[in-house]
Design a binder for this molecule. Structure first.
Ligand SMILES: Nc1ncnc2c1ncn2[C@@H]1O[C@H](COP(=O)(O)OP(=O)(O)OP(=O)(O)O)[C@@H](O)[C@H]1O
Length: 556
C-alpha cells in the first residue's frame, strides 16, 4: 500500500505548487484556531487573576491578548475559506491529471480490445478509484499537516513554561496524529473489498446495458437486475465495514482529545494558583486541538481506501505494453511498399500459431485481395501491421524499414485499418470522419461520404454533417454505420489501407458500385482488401488465400 501511495504522490509532482500551497494554508488556518483559543485563554486567565488580586486593569499580557483577539477572529474564517479553496483546487487538478494518465496507459496497453477486462470495471477504476485518492490528500495529508502544526505550536507555547504540562497535553494528541497509520492496515481489507465491489457493480450495470437489445431479446433483464442487486449488496457491506472502521477511529480520536483536555484540567487543578494561567491556557489549547486532531484517526479508513484505489489503478495501468516503442527509433521510411517475411505469431504461449513462416509482398500501389475462412488470421495480420501486437519471429518492413524499429504512431500514420466492427463514436458525423483527418475540409468529407455510397443519405438528414451518431453509432443502421466508418477510412491520408470487408452492409448493387469506384477512391495508395469471397469487380493485382498460417496465391 505504501509503495502505491508514494507512487501516486510522485505522479502528483506536477501539481506540487497547489498541493504544498494547500498544506501551508491548512496549517495556517489551524494555527489561527490555536492562536484564537490561546488568546482567549490568556484573557480569561488574566481576568481570573484580576478578580483574585482586585486590580483595576487587566495585566499587560492579558490586555495585549484581548487586543489581538479581534484581528485573529477576522483572519480565521478567511484562512478557512482559503484552505477549502486551495486544497480542493489542488485535488481537482491532481485527480484530473491522474485520469488522463490512466486513460493513456490503458490506450497504450489494450490496443486489441479489453480482452478479459470489463469496460465497467475499468470505468470504475477511472472514476471511483481515482476519486478515492482525494482522501489521501484531503483527509490524510492536509489534516495531518494541520494537526502536526497544532501539536508543534502547543508544545512550543506550553513547553517553554511548563514541560510536564506540555507532555500531558501533547502525548495523547501525538497518538491521535499517528493513529491513522496504525489503523490503516486493519482497514485495508475493507478498503480493498469496497474498491473491488465498486468495479464489479459498474461492470454488472454497463455490460447488459451495452448490449441491451440482446439482454431484452433473451428476457435477461431480471437476471441482469439480480446481478446488479447482488453486487450492490456486496458494495454496501464493504462500505459498511469501512464506515465502522472510520467510526471507531473517530471515537478513539475523541477519547484521546478528551484525555488531553482532562489531563490539562487535572494539572491546572493540582498546580494551584501558580499554575493557573498555564493550566487554563492548556485547557483552551486542548479545545483548539480537538478540531484539528479529533478527526485524524478517522483518516485511517480514508488511507486504506486510497491505498486500495491506488493498487487497482496501478494493477490495470501496469499491464505490460504489448508492443513498446523502440527506445531509439529509426528514421521514418520514405517508401510505402510492405513486405512480410518469415512471420510467426501466436496470440499467447498456450494458443496455437496463427502464422507460421508467412510471406507477403504489397508493392507500392498494389491492391491485394486477402481471402480465407473465418479464424484464419486476416484481422490478426492487420493487427500486426499496425503494431497492435508483435510477431514472435520474422519481419514486417514498410518502405524497407522494419516496423519494429518505428514508433507505433509513425506506422499508424502510414497504415490505416477499417476493422470488421469499426465503431462510430458519440459525436457528429463530421467529428467522426475527422478522427482520420483532423484538417479535412467539408468538401473532402462529402467526397469520402459519396465514395462510401452514403453521401445522399447524409445530405437528406436535417443536420447533415452535424448529425449526431450516438454511442457506437446507434443513430444509424448497421450498414449505414459501416459506410460512415468506410468514409472515415477513405479519408485517412495513410498510404496503405487495410479494408476488412469494406462492402459489408451494402446491398448487392451498391456493393458492386462501391467496389467499381474503389480504384479511384484509393488511387495512388496500396490496399489490402480482406474479403470472404470475391464478387468479380474488385480488380485486385493479386489474390491471396490465408490457410495453415501462410498466404498462398489463389484464383478467386
Ligand atoms: N485479440 C485477440 N486475442 C487473442 N486471440 C485472438 C485475438 N484476435 C484473434 N484471435 C484468435 O486468432 C485467430 C485468428 O483470428 P482472426 O480474427 O485474425 O481471424 P479472421 O480470419 O479475421 O476471422 P474472421 O473472418 O472471422 O474475422 C482466432 O483463433 C482467434 O480466436
Amino acid at each position: 500500500m505504501r509503495r502505491d501511495l508514494f507512487r501516486v504522490l510522485g505522479l502528483w509532482q506536477t501539481r506540487r505548487v497547489w498541493l504544498v500551497g494547500g498544506l501551508l494554508v491548512a496549517a495556517l488556518s489551524a494555527l489561527a484556531g490555536v492562536a484564537l483559543l490561546a488568546l482567549a485563554g490568556r484573557v480569561v486567565a488574566g481576568a481570573v487573576a484580576h478578580g483574585q488580586t482586585g486590580a483595576v486593569l487587566l495585566s499587560g499580557g492579558a490586555l495585549a491578548a484581548l487586543l489581538w483577539l479581534r484581528p485573529v477572529m477576522l483572519f480565521r474564517p478567511v484562512a478557512r475559506y482559503l484552505e477549502r479553496l486551495v486544497t480542493h483546487e489542488a485535488t481537482f487538478r491532481a485527480l484530473a491529471d491522474m485520469r488522463v494518465w490512466f486513460f493513456s496507459r490503458l490506450a497504450e496497453r489494450l490496443p486489441t480490445g479489453l480482452g478479459l477486462r470489463q469496460a465497467g470495471d475499468l470505468l470504475g477504476r477511472l472514476v471511483a478509484d481515482v476519486e478515492s485518492l482525494d482522501g489521501l490528500y484531503l483527509r490524510v495529508i492536509v489534516p495531518g499537516a494541520a494537526a502536526l502544526a497544532v501539536v508543534l505550536s502547543l508544545a512550543l507555547v506550553i513547553g517553554g513554561a511548563e514541560p510536564a504540562l506540555a507532555a500531558i497535553l501533547a502525548l495523547p494528541l501525538v497518538a491521535a496524529l499517528l493513529l491513522p497509520l496504525l489503523l490503516a492496515p486493519a482497514a485495508a481489507r475493507a478498503g480493498e473489498a469496497a474498491a473491488e465491489s465498486q468495479g464489479a457493480l459498474r461492470a454488472a450495470v454497463v455490460d447488459p446495458l451495452t448490449g441491451i437489445e440482446d439482454t431484452l431479446a433473451a428476457n435477461g433483464e431480471s437476471r441482469a437486475a439480480a446481478r446488479v442487486a447482488a453486487e450492490g449488496a456486496g458494495l454496501a457491506a464493504a462500505q459498511r465495514a469501512l464506515s465502522r472502521r472510520a467510526a471507531m477511529g473517530g471515537a478513539v480520536g475523541s477519547l484521546l482529545v478528551q484525555a488531553a483536555l482532562l489531563g490539562s484540567l487535572g494539572w491546572a487543578i493540582t498546580a494551584g494558583a501558580a499554575g493557573a494561567t498555564a493550566g487554563l491556557m492548556a485547557v483552551f489549547l486542548a479545545i483548539a486541538a480537538s478540531e484539528a486532531l479529533g478527526l485524524m484517526p478517522r483518516a485511517g479508513a480514508s488511507l486504506a481506501a486510497a491505498g486500495a484505489g491506488a493498487r487497482r489503478l496501478f494493477e490495470a495501468a501496469d499491464t505490460p505494453e504489448p508492443v513498446p516503442d523502440p527506445p531509439a527509433p529509426a528514421a521514418a521510411p520514405s517508401g510505402r511498399a510492405l513486405k512480410v517475411t518469415g512471420l510467426r505469431f501466436a496470440w499467447a504461449d498456450d494458443r496455437g500459431l496463427v502464422f507460421d513462416d508467412l510471406e507477403l509482398d504489397v508493392p507500392e500501389g498494389a491492391r491485394i485481395a486477402l481471402l480465407g475462412p473465418s479464424g484464419t488470421g486476416k484481422s490478426t495480420l492487420a493487427a500486426l501491421l499496425l503494431k497492435f501486437a508483435a510477431p514472435q519471429a520474422g519481419r514486417i518492413t514498410l518502405g524497407g524499414v522494419d516496423i519494429a524499429t518505428l514508433p507505433a504512431a509513425e506506422v499508424r500514420r502510414r497504415i490505416t485499418w477499417l476493422t470488421q466492427d469499426a465503431r462510430l463514436f458519440d459525436d457528429t458525423i463530421a467529428a467522426n470522419l475527422r478522427l482520420a483527418a483532423p484538417g479535412a475540409t467539408d468538401a473532402e468529407l462529402w467526397r469520402a461520404l459519396d465514395r462510401a455510397q452514403i453521401g445522399d443519405l447524409v445530405r437528406s438528414l436535417p443536420d447533415g454533417l452535424e448529425t449526431l451518431c450516438g454511442e457506437a453509432g446507434t443513430r444509424f443502421s448497421g450498414g449505414q454505420g459501416r459506410r460512415l466508418a468506410l468514409a472515415r477510412a477513405l479519408l485517412s491520408p495513410a498510404s496503405v489501407l487495410i479494408l476488412d470487408e469494406p462492402a459489408a452492409g451494402l446491398d448487392a448493387d451498391t456493393e458492386r458500385a462501391f467496389l467499381q469506384t474503389l480504384d479511384e477512391a484509393t488511387a495512388g495508395r496500396s490496399v489490402i482488401l480482406i474479403l470472404h469471397h470475391l464478387i468479380g469487380v474488385e480488380r485486385p493485382t493479386r489474390i491471396l488465400r490465408l490457410a495453415g498460417g501462410r498466404a498462398i496465391p489463389a484464383t478467386g
